[in-house]
Design a binder for this molecule. Sequence first.
Ligand code: CTP
Length: 419
Amino acid sequence: MSGSGSSAPGRAGVLAGRTIVLGVAGGVAAYKAAEVARGLVRAGARVLPVLTRSAERFVGAVTFSGLTGEPVRTDMWDASFAGELHVDLARRADLVLVVPATADLLARLAAGRADDLLAATVLCARGPVLVAPAMHPRMWGHPATMRNVATLRADGRVRFVGPVHGEVASGEVGLGRLEDPEAIVRAAAAALAPETRDLAGARFVVTAGPTYEPLDPVRFLGNRSSGKMGFALAERAAARGAEVTLVAGPVGLATPQGVTRIDVGTTAELASELDRALGPDLDGADVLVMAAAVADYRPRSPSAAKLKKGTAPKAIELDENPDVLAGIGARRRGQRPVLVGFALETGDDEAIVAYATKKRASKKVDLVVANAAEALGKDESRVLLVGEGGVVPVERLPKGDVADRILDAVARRLAATGG
Ligand code: CTP
């Protein structure tokens, strides 16, 4: 990650001199933890390895002591240590990093168990805890694992890096593969970077996800937006000190920490919640980020009863929805709120920039974040920021990092227009 001109976390150098407890749980991906240990040591970190009993079946403790120059700990009742080992490790750790985090370990962490040295150290940690899950995709997708992940996310004490989509140990392909060791090292650096509070006091309204327009009580017109980009923006803005209201369409995402969430279904609901949040003079927010994929059309006459097979009309008449963002752009007097629109396009970069530039002018917004339709639903995205000063490309990054780059541009705009 270059970090050029960015105030986002994850910058090189923050690992030097930091102490990291590297927990290794028992999964085939445990061998990749050795590469992570090496990356951390190379970056100047002191790495204290903690292996679970089952991790020892997959990897040798000597590998880790050799790479880190530290004793490998596995046992709560380590006779070579006088005192409570988990308390000592937790006290010394600037970061607890778990690579790989197995389904079993996530279950134990979600339950608050302290039944081995690693779980007890996590429970006792003072600083950030970062886990890199790896398991068979069916284990990752199991409702029990998803529930455990949601619990850990909601508690706000454990952060995740990965898993990613790809080939797993069994040779099958799916979501469950360990994130690349280099990316895990970068995420560790990001977790340790001091959080900038450059958006402290700024009032953000962020919209995210699709809108659904009903055809009847069970069917709707919608789109494939996952809401991930908008949620990442809300999360990062709040982490950087902003006061954030998130107006969310129908998505299955957890509310980011410190964010006030309002759920909406239709475009009309989204528009009315925005009116309420922004107020008649638009002075209720300093920044409006319209990441929502607003449905452009709605069925003219949605049926109050479920449409039955054979009786439904063969063509559906549509009415155009108002362009919510353009409406706000037209009403805005002066430079507040800073307006950020999104443009999801197909075509090459040149075509995407041309469309985005047109959208920026027609909707009277400050910044258009243009991305290619391929980013839909993914955890990563590559965007082009089209603003007053021209086009700034942002390379392919996790959406949290893309969010930080967008917020960097917003922060500059806020500063240039009166703080
Ligand atoms: N938007 C909006 N209201 C709509 C449609 C879109 O506020 N009815 C907002 C979106 O939240 C996004 C931006 O406008 O920030 C761009 O939306 P997009 O659908 O890409 O652009 P359109 O103007 O609908 O143009 P087209 O469909 O031709 O690409």
